[in-house]
Design a protein around this ligand. Structure first.
Ligand code: DGL
Length: 270
């Protein structure tokens, strides 16, 4: 691997939701340069087939490699669940690759040894059984129950965050039989950190709600340090690229990223 610590970190997602991960990374590692790619032309990934998710993810990964990214962060849970192995193979020794699931599984393994854990995410993430299989491969004493919660992404994007509508949808999902008697809940989707306070409130703060964005940022820092790839001085400006630009995407991106950002269009599909 011929990589420099001062190369950028490449982060990608199906759209702007992955900015929650980019934001956590930026705040933990402000000296790193980020190149973010949101595939707004093709979102949502949550309902797409595995083949399509792999196809999109590989194309974006090649683009980020052309930008000399030292590490590829698959910020999208659906892409992490369905395309991680393909991306690792594609990247080979050209860069490091992390997804957003392994850091959470690692955290669970070290902090929550025997529990009932719930996972919520898109249909693509839940149907893949990624969280369940990875957690149970390491620890059979943990019971994992999962529920696809597809209404949450459009609900959040449309700004229903802390009102009667969002509370009713959250209550409806979290009261389903699949999620009873859990001690922890994994927010297995880029968008869900935005409603984590409402989710905690639903549980009267008695369920441990795991915000994967922060866990992923910590995991990334350890990976960079372990490979001597942490930046040695403050890097250049961050870039937030999208395959399809609208004022709407630009406006909502500020909900997912703490701090001012502007999206730039870079359509790699032409
Ligand atoms: N980024 C996706 C995820 O984390 C949610 C949005 C989508 O379905 O594309 O699974």
């Amino acid at each position: 691997m011929n990589l420099s610590p001062n190369n950028p970190i490449g982060i990608f997602d199906s759209g702007v939701g992955g900015l929650t991960v980019a934001s956590a990374i930026h705040h933990l590692l402000p000296g790193e340069q980020i190149i973010y790619y949101g595939d707004t032309a093709h979102l949502p990934y949550g309902d797409k087939s595995k083949e399509t998710i792999i196809y999109y993810s590989e194309k974006i990964t090649e683009f980020l490699l052309e930008k000399d990214c030292k590490i590829i962060v698959i910020a999208c849970n659906t892409a992490s669940s369905n395309a991680y192995e393909n991306i690792v193979k594609l990247v080979g020794s050209r860069a490091l690759v992390i997804n957003v699931i392994d850091p959470v599984v690692d955290y669970i393994q070290h902090h929550l040894s025997s529990q009932n854990i719930g996972v919520i995410g898109t249909k693509g993430t839940i149907n893949s059984k990624s969280y369940q299989n990875k957690i149970n491969n390491l620890n059979k004493n943990i019971t994992v129950s999962s529920l696809a919660t597809p209404l949450l992404v459009p609900m959040i994007e449309e700004g229903f965050i802390f009102d009667d509508i969002s509370n009713a949808i959250i209550r409806n999902y979290l009261s389903r039989p699949e999620l009873q008697n859990i001690q922890s809940l994994v927010l297995g989707c880029t968008h869900y950190p935005i409603i984590q306070n409402q989710i905690k409130k639903y549980y009267n703060f008695k369920v441990n709600v795991l915000d994967s964005a922060k866990i992923v940022a910590g995991f990334l820092r350890n990976e960079l340090n372990a490979h001597q790839l942490a930046s040695t001085h403050i890097q250049g400006v961050n870039h937030f690229l999208v395959s399809d630009y609208t004022d709407y995407f630009n406006a909502i991106s500020n909900m997912f990223f703490e701090g001012e950002i502007n999206l730039e269009k870079d359509n790699i599909w032409n």
